[in-house]
Design a protein around this ligand. Structure first.
Ligand SMILES: NC(=O)c1ccc[n+]([C@@H]2O[C@H](COP(=O)([O-])OP(=O)(O)OC[C@H]3O[C@@H](n4cnc5c(N)ncnc54)[C@H](O)[C@@H]3O)[C@@H](O)[C@H]2O)c1
Ligand SMILES: O=C(O)C[C@H](O)C(=O)O
Ligand SMILES: [Mg+2]
Length: 467
């Protein structure tokens, strides 16, 4: 269950109610008072802001209980999560002040014209003389936003702004959210190509499958800057990192385990591919209609590809049928589609990564009773398996070495680098993946990505610390 803080502004009539009654009402309804601010205090009444920490599903109960107290008027309820979004979460700021005409003539006309001419004569100078060197576009069409589905480009913006914040805070990358009002594959490709000159990389986000595969492939071929669909590869990289460590905890080998991947969309396809590359020999991809089986006929190009892989099982069935005896369940589908009973039919020492956001495939409280290792995509439980462990360091590395593309060796290197942040002596059921606040994650991923880019010949610059 997610917890949140709400601020309730109350007007209290002191003749009818005292604060002790307010506090006990909040506590009985499941809230925890964290702070009280007196906004106005009079002889007969006062106005106070009380900050209450509570489970999401208790908020209504708490405010209703307060409203029913005699002598209390609930003036306003504000949710701190919404407050954190007021006015948007990022801004564009100048890197130097313009204090006088002299400054103005350097950064703007006439001085700027000489710089533009220099770039015209040598387009590579865009990297040293503009923001291209450090700027990534976070591009979505709003069609697969978290697990919320096709909620459109405007509603997708808070997620994209959040990604941009993380890029900057964790890796110093300037990222800009671009929310496109089109779902047409060709139009998306054309638009991204048209805006690409100012960017050093393109992070595709929350674009639904199967269009996301074609969009990424074409852009990667047609642009000379790295293009990375975060939901595919960021997720696959972090899953492989978590799985390598989880398997060590339970003492199983990747070649022996039977793995279910539920939800064969953007994330699921890339996870399946990377698991096969990492050595999985028994794979069961499952989507809404049940298992995708070896030898099956599918219109979806990536499902057809999976059906040709020798490691994919040939036995048909629903998730509830095929889960029996599985060692690992990886969910990148929808919330609440798995029960504790389903999980308890898996093999002993089972590993469950329930990564649908914001609601995991199974409630953590349910799953924790029946699994050995459990992870979600969320920040409010241990073992957060989220692509935020990947994209900041991945782009930091790709930008620093001016990689033309992000290839498979760079991805595998990133997965190993993340897994290696958790030392053998620290590793246990609740700690298979480092926290995003672990300050070794971004530098380790960056280093691994640059090394792999140099070795595979896609780096166009050797960063000073690699010379
Ligand atoms: N934790 C992370 O880092 C992370 C990263 C990427 C995606 N995700 C989550 O994974 C989910 C999928 O994301 P995506 O970008 O791949 O979306 P997507 O729309 O490309 O794919 C979702 C797939 O799940 C399938 N699906 C839906 N309901 C299902 C069910 N009941 N059983 C089996 N399959 C079902 C759909 O048919 C589709 O193929 C979302 O909830 C998203 O938030 C998490
Ligand atoms: O945004 C996230 O938290 C992870 C991922 O990109 C998702 O779509 O769920
Ligand atoms: Mg996403």
């Amino acid at each position: 269950m997610a917890y949140n803080s709400i601020i309730v502004r109350l007007e209290m009539n002191h003749e009818l109610v005292n604060f002790g009654e307010v506090a006990s009402t909040v506590s009985k309804a499941g809230g925890d008072i964290r702070s009280i601010d007196v906004i106005r205090s009079g002889q007969h009444n006062s106005v106070r802001d009380i900050t209450i920490h509570a489970a999401d599903d208790k908020e209504r109960e708490i405010t209703e209980a307060l409203r029913s107290l005699p002598g209390i008027v609930v003036v306003n309820v504000s949710d701190q999560t919404f407050l954190a979004h007021l006015g948007g979460k990022i801004e564009v700021a100048p890197r130097q002040p313009i204090k006088n005409r002299d400054d103005l003539s350097k950064v703007y006309t006439p001085g700027v014209a000489r710089v533009s001419t220099a770039i015209h004569e040598n387009p590579d100078k865009a990297y040293s003389l503009t923001i291209k060197r450090n700027t990534v576009a976070v591009v979505t069409d709003g069609t697969a936003v978290l697990g919320l589905g096709d909620i459109g480009p405007k509603a997708a913006a808070p997620v994209m702004e959040g990604k941009a914040m993380l890029f900057k805070q964790l890796a110093g990358v300037d990222a800009f959210p671009i929310c496109l009002d089109t779902k047409d594959t060709e139009e998306i490709i054309r638009t991204i190509k048209a805006i690409s000159p100012i960017f050093g990389g393109i992070n595709l986000e929350d674009i639904s499958s199967p269009r996301c595969f074609e969009i990424e492939r074409r852009l990667d071929e047609e642009l000379d800057i790295p293009v990375f669909h975060d939901d595919q590869h960021g997720t696959a990289i972090v899953v492989v990192a978590g799985l390598l460590n989880a398997l060590k905890v339970v003492g199983k080998r990747i070649e022996h385990v039977r793995v279910i991947v539920n939800g064969i969309g953007a994330a699921g396809v890339s996870i399946c591919k990377m698991l096969l590359a990492a050595g999985v020999t028994r794979l069961v991809p499952v989507d809404r209609e049940g298992a995708i089986v070896r030898g099956g006929q599918y219109d979806h190009p990536m499902w057809a590809w999976l059906a040709e892989q020798p490691q994919v099982e040939a036995v048909q069935g629903t998730l509830q049928e095929v889960i029996d005896g599985a060692d690992v369940f990886i969910g990148v589908s929808r919330g609440n589609i798995l029960s504790a009973d389903d999980v308890s039919r898996m093999a002993e020492n089972r590993i469950v990564f329930a990564m649908a956001n914001p609601t995991p495939e199974i409630e953590p409280e349910e799953a924790l009773k029946v699994v050995r290792v459990f992870a979600t995509g969320r920040s409010d439980y241990p073992n957060q398996i989220n692509n935020v462990l990947v994209f900041p360091g991945m782009f930091r590395g790709a930008l620093d070495c001016r990689a033309k593309t992000i290839n498979e060796p760079m991805k595998l290197a990133a997965a190993r680098a993340i897994a290696a942040v958790v030392k053998a002596e620290e590793r246990h059921e609740q700690y298979i993946i480092p926290s995003i606040f672990n300050d070794q994650v971004v530098p380790n991923v960056r280093r691994a990505v640059i090394e792999a880019a140099i070795l595979t010949g896609v780096a166009r610059r050797i960063p000073p610390d690699f010379r």
